[in-house]
Design a protein around this ligand. Structure first.
Ligand code: GLC
Length: 534
C-alpha cells in the first residue's frame, strides 16, 4: 500500500515551526531538529508550505525561483539533508508548488513585461485594453481573490496582465508550451532530489477561458469583497485544466511512490466534494481537498452528511483525504472546540480525523490544541488581513509560532518572532504534553499508531449504520474479519447507542481500553469510544 494512503501527512508552515538562526522566522534547520518529534508523533509525510525564493508578498505563495530555497529558510544543501534525515525516519517530504502564478519578481515575469516580443512574452496572461468612454477599459470583469480587479495595467507593454490574487502574483499562461516545459523541468528538479510529492496550490485555476468572457454577476450577503459577487465561471475550472493535470500525473508517475494532492477551490454555490472529485483519478490527482469540514459546525448530523457525501463522490482511482485546519483558515480548535468541554471536543476531533477512510492531513500544532491568536491590526502581516480588516481578520491568526515549551517565545525563537506567540503557550506546549501520558499529544499519537497498525483503519471500508440519536456519529471500519465501531457523542448530554454486538474498548476518551462493552452503550457528554469486534 502506498505510504501516503497508509500514513498521516503533517502540514508545516515553515516560517512558524522553529527558528534556529535567530531572525524570528522558522527555517529548514528548525524542521530538521524536530524530525524526532514528528517521528514520535507518528506522521509519514510532511507537507511544507512554500520554501522557494520569494519576496513574501504572500509569504511564499509568490515564487521568484521554482528551483531554489529562500535564504530565510536555508539553502539547497540543507534541504537535501532534511530529505535524507526525514527518509531515515520514514518521513517523506511533500513540496507545495504554486503553479497558477509566480511572483512579479520572477525573472520570467521581468522578461515578459519588457515588451511584446521577448522570449517570454507569452508566458503570462496579457491582454490589450478595451476602448472605453473614459479611456482604456479592462479586458473583462474578473475580480482578484485578494482585492480589486484581476487586471493590472503595465506601462511598458501597454497591456494588462492577469492576477487572480495580489498584483504581485501574475498568473502564468499554461496555454504556452514553453512555459509548461519550464515548469515541468522545475518540478522534475525536486523529484530528482527525492521529494515524494506535491501539494498543488489552487490547481483548478490553471487555465482560464480563452475568450476571456465576463463572469456572471451573483448577489450574496457578505461584506463587500467584489470577488465574491460573481460566479467564477470563466476564470477557473476550465476543461483544459485536466489535460495539464494528466501531464503532471505522467511526470510524477515516472518517480516511484509520489503523490499529488490538489487544492481545489470551489466557487460559492458549487458542491465542493463533486468539484474535488472531478480532479482525482488514475490519470489525474491522487487526492484533492474537500474543505467542507472547515465550514461546518461541530454537529454529528452535519459531519455525517459531509463525510457520506465525500465518500460517495470519490471517483475510481481517487482517494479521500481529510483536513480540519490549514494555513488559510481558522484552526479547528478555535472554530469548533470553543470554551466549554474544550479538551473533550479536541479529542473527538482527533478521533474523527484519524479514523476516517482516506488520508488525514494535520496542521502543525493541532496535536497540542494550539488555537488562533487574536492579533492587533498593527501586528497583521497577511495581505488578506491587511486589506480586509476588520471584516476579515486575515490568516495570520492560524500561522503563529509553534509552541514548543514554556521558555521565552515558546521556545520558537530567541528573537522577536515574525508573528506573536499565542498567549497560552505556558499551558499549551509540546514539551509539557509529551511528558504527560494523558495529554492531547499522546491522544493523537495513540490514534495515529492505531490507524497505522490496523488495516481496518488505513485500508478498510467505512459504513454509517442508522442512529437513533441525532447527536451520535457512528461508523464502522472493517477489513476482513476485523471490525471497529467508532462512536462519538458530539453533545453536552449523555446519550445511548445500540451497536451490533458486544465488544471490547479499543481506545476511548472515557473508558478503560480492554474493558467489555455490551450492545447498549451509555455515552458520557462528548465521549468518543472505539469498540473492537472480532
Ligand atoms: C492558496 C494558498 C494560499 C495562497 C493562495 C495564493 O489558496 O493556500 O495561502 O495565498 O493560494 O497562492
Amino acid at each position: 500500500m502506498s505510504w501516503w494512503k497508509h500514513g498521516v501527512i503533517y502540514q508545516i508552515y515553515p516560517r512558524s515551526f522553529l527558528d534556529t538562526n535567530g531572525d524570528g522566522t522558522g527555517d529548514l534547520e528548525g524542521i530538521r531538529r524536530k524530525l524526532d518529534y514528528l517521528q514520535e508523533l507518528g506522521v509519514s509525510g510532511i507537507w511544507l508550505s512554500p520554501i522557494n525564493p520569494s519576496p513574501m508578498f504572500d509569504f511564499g505563495y509568490d515564487v521568484s525561483n521554482y528551483r531554489d530555497i529562500d535564504p530565510v529558510f536555508g539553502n539547497l544543501d540543507l534541504f537535501k539533508i532534511l530529505v535524507k534525515e526525514a527518509e531515515h525516519r520514514n518521513i517523506r517530504i511533500i513540496m507545495d508548488m504554486v503553479l497558477n502564478h509566480s511572483s512579479h519578481l520572477h525573472p520570467w515575469f521581468e522578461e515578459s513585461r519588457k515588451d511584446r516580443n521577448n522570449s517570454k512574452a507569452g508566458w503570462y496572461i496579457w491582454q490589450d485594453a478595451k476602448p472605453g468612454i473614459l479611456g482604456r477599459k479592462r479586458p473583462n470583469n474578473w475580480m482578484a481573490a485578494f482585492g480589486g480587479h484581476a487586471w493590472q495595467w503595465d506601462e511598458n507593454r501597454k497591456q494588462y496582465y492577469l492576477h487572480l490574487f495580489t498584483v504581485q502574483q501574475p498568473d502564468l499562461n499554461w496555454r504556452n508550451p514553453e512555459l509548461k516545459k519550464a515548469v515541468f523541468r522545475d518540478l522534475s528538479f525536486w523529484l530528482d532530489l527525492g521529494v515524494k510529492g506535491f501539494r498543488l496550490d489552487v490547481i483548478n485555476y490553471l487555465i482560464k477561458d480563452n475568450r476571456f468572457r465576463n463572469n456572471p454577476y451573483r448577489w450574496r450577503f457578505t461584506y463587500p469583497r467584489r470577488h465574491d459577487l460573481q460566479h467564477h465561471r470563466y476564470d477557473r475550472n476550465q476543461d483544459e485544466c485536466f489535460d495539464i493535470i494528466r501531464e503532471l500525473r505522467s511526470l510524477t508517475d515516472a518517480y516511484p511512490d509520489t503523490m499529488m494532492v490538489g487544492e481545489v477551490y470551489p466557487d460559492e454555490g458549487v458542491h465542493a466534494p463533486d468539484l474535488a472529485g472531478r480532479f482525482m483519478g488514475n490519470d489525474l490527482l491522487h487526492m484533492a481537498f474537500d474543505f467542507s469540514p472547515m465550514y461546518t459546525p461541530f454537529k454529528a448530523e452535519t459531519f455525517r452528511g459531509i463525510l457520506r457525501d465525500w465518500y460517495s463522490t470519490i471517483p475510481p482511482g481517487g482517494w479521500p483525504c481529510h483536513v480540519f485546519s490549514n494555513h488559510d483558515q481558522s484552526r479547528a480548535s478555535s472554530r469548533l472546540a470553543g470554551k466549554y468541554h474544550r479538551e473533550e471536543k479536541l479529542r473527538l476531533l482527533a478521533m474523527l480525523l484519524l479514523t476516517q477512510r482516506g488520508t488525514p492531513f494535520m496542521y502543525y500544532g493541532e496535536e497540542i490544541g494550539m488555537t488562533d491568536v487574536k492579533l492587533k491590526p498593527s501586528e497583521l502581516r497577511d495581505p488578506v488581513g491587511k486589506k480586509y480588516y476588520p471584516f476579515h481578520p486575515g490568516r495570520d491568526r492560524s500561522r503563529t509560532p509553534m509552541q514548543w515549551d514554556n521558555s521565552i517565545n515558546a521556545g520558537f525563537s530567541e528573537a522577536k518572532p515574525w508573528l506573536r506567540v499565542g498567549p497560552d503557550y505556558r499551558q499549551c506546549n509540546a514539551e509539557k504534553q509529551m511528558k504527560d501520558n494523558n495529554s492531547l499529544f499522546h491522544w493523537y499519537k495513540k490514534l495515529i499508531a492505531l490507524r497505522s497498525r490496523e488495516p481496518a483503519f488505513h485500508k478498510g471500508t467505512i459504513e454509517f449504520p442508522p442512529v437513533h440519536e441525532q447527536d451520535l456519529l457512528y461508523y464502522i471500519r472493517k477489513d476482513g474479519d476485523k471490525q471497529f465501531g467508532v462512536i462519538l457523542n458530539i453533545s453536552p448530554r449523555p446519550v445511548s447507542a445500540f451497536v451490533s454486538s458486544p465488544g471490547k474498548v479499543c481506545i476511548s476518551t472515557h473508558r478503560e481500553a480492554g474493558s467489555s462493552t455490551g450492545r447498549d452503550l451509555y455515552l458520557s457528554p462528548y465521549e468518543g469510544t472505539i469498540v473492537e469486534w472480532r
